[in-house]
Design a binder for this molecule. Sequence first.
Ligand code: UDP
Ligand code: MG
Length: 309
Amino acid sequence: MSLLSVIVPCYNEEENVAPFYEELMKNESFFREKEIELEVLFIDDGSADGTVQEVRKLRERDERVHYVSFSRNFGKEAAMFAGLEHSKGDYVVLMDADLQDPPALLPDMINCLEQGYDSAATRRVSRKGEPPIRSFFARMFYRLMKRISKTEIMDGARDYRMMTRQMVDAILSMKEYNRFTKGIFGWVGFRTKWLEYENVERTRGETKWNFWKLLLYSMDGITAFSTVPLMIASVAGVLFCMLAFVMIIFIIVRKLIFGDPVAGWPSLVCIMLFLSGVQFLCTGILGQYLAKTYMEVKKRPIYLVKEEV
Ligand code: UDP
Ligand code: MG
């Protein structure tokens, strides 16, 4: 008998908990056939609604349901980490509570792992139902990451992924505070099989991500998996020094040939404004990395548990 842990991060998902459980259990006969035991681990990420009560109700019916409840909202990254830490399964799968990660793919995923893959990951081939600007910026983000990061981050990849114990342990060994799981999956390596599916729209409740949150999250991703922006800051510095040097020579030569008429203050102001802009930008980039370093060295816990069953 092997054990499959299903990890479900939930933040204000009271109307999704029960339907999710029902949908998951549709695979029960498959699990039984394969002699796979199940453990369903709900991670309540400080929900303000009745999510925990809903999970408790399931727990009364089914001993295989477990939950961890956070003291406040720590974010999905923290919830996934907590789930991995609490899981005991030989296979572990991460799933959203809103049924956007179709449980019908689970048998395929298990088959992949049994064929010898270390993980079965999913990616959406379409983004239908998503606001067009959101898709546009998402695409831009993945294209940028492809260029500036050595870690492979797949376009349209979901966090919906099944892994072997070995890979989970590898991920758990990365204790960083600023977590960007999509990058961590790529960083740890292992053999991954990609399964593709059409986007499924959320039926109940609302998405927890607005544009601003996603933008900040993408910055976390960049600072966590690339130091190219720092490089750009240094290269910009060198380029501008070279430019200044050429200008100095030009001005000296012009003075020697044509004398020194006082003119050109508007261009001077423009140049000064432009350069101080570049300086602020570079300081800002430095600041981003420094801030992340600051949060890392504090070594704060990634999440705090209020209740655990
Ligand atoms: N989630 C969470 N903590 C948060 C935000 C989201 O645990 O701070 C969970 C949420 O309950 C859901 C999953 O992460 O199960 C994905 O969130 P959502 O559906 O809002 O994201 P989207 O699918 O729109 O990207
Ligand atoms: Mg969703």
